[in-house]
Design a binder for this molecule. Structure first.
Ligand SMILES: N[C@@H](CCC(=O)N[C@@H](CS)C(=O)NCC(=O)O)C(=O)O
Length: 341
């Protein structure tokens, strides 16, 4: 685990010295692929949607990277955007392409380490070396290393090439989706990390409490709603999914988020099974990478690197969600009022 400073790699764990709290660094490359290369909401233009031009770097362990893999799958982008998977073991060199530990290798240039991809973009790059990373082969630049924005690009920018009209961020319910993301990101997606990487009791307790209050809230919401925003499955669901699918196997033990398991929540657990069973999604879930990465890489938390064998879990059981309004798999035609229970 480490970071680049002026293009040089430093092996350094997260700094929590100030108050024991973990703070995630903001992503530093924020350009957008758009249908014809016009600039997106941030960054510079010149990244038009094209088949074969972009390459995605992911870890199968990482919940942020997992979002992008799900969108690539559901939006029919697999033949347009190829993927390199890093090794699940992340130690002093950060993310590597070590094929003995599950990496596909760097399919573009055979690099050994992901930080080399960052310094190919900018020889003086400073910042953490994170996945996911979307690379433009034509310009030799990073398009983006921010998952929440990569999934938005995947949601819409390539539709004219693929004909895939699934919309996980429909205009009519964007306010609701944004509001959900705004509460779920700090409390749950990043909340499990804030609990797990806290180095004081107070910082841990604060994250723990917020996390379980939010899970209680979401469980109650999903008693009434098929999906978080109502009838339509949206990006808010997929963003939560990648955290909750890891929860019982990793965050509950390794990150000490152990008040309850997701399996103990009636509605959240049914919703989790339904999303897991969504066509194509199970193929994006890899517990060898997930468990191996967290338990063996975070030596400050688990010095032995021993990877637990449990828990026994299945996501194939009936999800028990069919009594709720059916999920729409096409661009919603309903009005906002109808869409919300
Ligand atoms: N804002 C980023 C966060 C990505 C992120 O933190 N990824 C983790 C893996 S789960 C990572 O690569 N961490 C390496 C590090 O921080 O050194 C996003 O959502 O894309």
């Amino acid at each position: 685990m480490g970071l680049l400073v002026d293009g040089k790699w430093h092996d350094k764990w997260y700094d929590t010295a100030r108050d024991g709290r973990f703070q995630r660094e903001s992503a530093r490359r924020r350009n957008w692929i758009t249908p014809h290369g016009e600039p997106g909401p941030s960054g510079i233009g010149g990244f038009p949607a094209e088949a074969g031009r972009y390459h995605l770097y992911v870890s199968l362990a990482c919940p942020w990277a997992h979002r992008t893999l799900i969108f690539r799958k559901l939006k029919g982008l697999e033949s347009l955007i190829d993927v390199s998977v890093v090794s699940w073991l992340m130690l002093e060199n950060g993310w590597t392409f070590d094929q003995d530990f599950g990496s596909t290798g760097d399919k573009l240039d055979g690099l050994g380490f992901l930080h080399q991809r960052y310094t190919l973009d900018s020889p003086e790059y400073s910042g953490r070396v994170t996945v996911p990373l979307l690379w433009d082969k034509q310009s030799g630049r990073i398009v983006s290393n921010e998952s929440s924005e990569i999934i938005r690009m995947f949601n819409g920018a390539f539709d004219h090439l693929t004909g895939n009209r699934l919309d996980f961020y429909p205009e009519s319910i964007r306010g609701e989706i944004d509001a959900l993301n705004e509460r779920i990101y700090p409390a749950v997606n990043n909340g499990v990390y804030r609990a797990g990487f806290a180095t004081t009791q107070a910082a841990y307790a604060e994250a723990f409490q917020t996390l379980f209050e939010e899970l209680d809230y979401l469980d109650a919401l999903l008693e009434r709603r098929r999906y978080l925003a109502g009838e339509h499955i949206t990006e808010a669901d997929w963003r939560l999914f990648t955290t909750l699918i890891r929860f019982d196997a990793v965050y509950h033990g390794h990150f000490k988020c152990n008040l309850k398991r997701i399996a103990d929540y009636r509605y959240l657990s049914g919703w989790l099974r339904e999303l897991y069973q969504w066509p194509g999604v199970a193929e994006t879930v890899d517990f060898v990478h997930i468990k191996g990465h967290y338990y063996a890489s975070h030596r400050t938390i688990n010095p032995t690197g021993v990877i637990p064998l449990g828990p026994a879990q299945t996501f194939e059981a009936p999800h028990d969600r069919d009594h709720l309004p059916p999920g729409l798999r096409v661009r919603p035609a309903l009005s906002q009022a109808q869409a919300w229970p």
